[in-house]
Design a protein around this ligand. Structure first.
Ligand SMILES: Nc1ncnc2c1ncn2[C@@H]1O[C@H](COP(=O)(O)OP(=O)(O)O)[C@@H](O)[C@H]1O
Ligand SMILES: Nc1ccn([C@@H]2O[C@H](COP(=O)(O)OP(=O)(O)O)[C@@H](O)[C@H]2O)c(=O)n1
Length: 213
């Protein structure tokens, strides 16, 4: 079973994707980490994320980088959203994600274009959303736990800028796939959001299975 989980920053898609992977015993890929690795490599080498050639030159990073906590910073997230608009960067990361999605037994992937580009054939597609202010509050809390002090206004501004870039880019923009189930986590606890996601997966799978006669 392939489960595609898409949605904007801090909507809770990673939390839900990890919980679904655990629940169904499937491998999980956080595809945002791949773009963050490219963005962080560009910054580390003093290159320009908005320059496509600079970004493409940063696509062959060592896999150990994916475990680096530095990828979780807002700077890496911002650089990721800039490099991810370049078609050649997306092309360089495409095969790896498609292979992961289509491995025997299935997988759970979360990102922005899983249901639309990476696995349009996914068995279940979820599009996770929450209001910008609630997403900013979650990110703000996460940053505080990391000892990073930033105003809510700054975090909200960053989230809005990222949404704008991710939805407006011409190649694989973030959008809800036509056949994706919408899950609004704005007023759900983590537990409630995960239970709702499992219920949506079960309903989709039941609808696909022909009734026994
Ligand atoms: N339903 C929820 N209610 C409150 N906090 C949540 C909820 N879902 C996720 N979070 C928290 O919000 C932050 C961002 O969640 P995450 O799953 O990483 O989002 P995304 O992968 O969409 O960026 C994390 O600190 C996470 O624990
Ligand atoms: N499948 C994906 C995943 C991420 N991305 C880009 O990578 C950036 C970082 O993604 P992320 O999922 O780590 O970000 P958060 O939602 O965790 O903040 C996003 O803002 C997107 O621009 C993408 O273009 N396509």
């Amino acid at each position: 079973m392939i489960i595609a989980v898409d949605g904007p920053a801090a909507s809770g898609k990673g939390t839900i994707a990890r919980a679904l992977a655990k629940h169904y015993g499937l491998p999980h890929l956080d595809t945002g980490l791949l773009y963050r690795a490219v963005g962080a490599t560009v910054l580390k080498n003093d290159l320009d994320p908005s320059n496509e050639a600079d970004a493409v030159a940063s696509c062959s990073f060592d896999d150990s980088l994916l475990d680096d906590p530095a990828l979780k910073t807002e700077d890496a997230g911002k650089a990721a959203s800039i490099v991810s608009a370049h078609p050649l960067v997306r092309a360089a990361l495409l095969l790896r994600q498609k292979k992961f999605a289509h491995q025997p037994g299935g997988a759970v992937l979360d990102g922005r274009d899983i249901g639309t580009v990476i696995a349009p054939d996914a068995d279940v597609k979820l599009f996770v959303k929450a209001t910008p202010m609630i997403r900013a509050q979650r990110r703000h809390l996460e940053l505080r736990k990391q000892g990073i002090l930033a105003s809510i206004d700054k975090v909200l501004g960053d989230i809005r800028a990222r949404d704008e870039r991710d939805t407006k880019r011409s190649d694989a923009p973030m959008k809800q796939a036509e056949d994706a189930a919408l899950l609004d986590t704005s007023f759900l606890s983590i537990d409630a959001a995960v239970q709702r996601a499992i219920a949506l997966v079960e309903a989709r799978m039941a609808a696909k299975t022909p009734a026994a006669s």
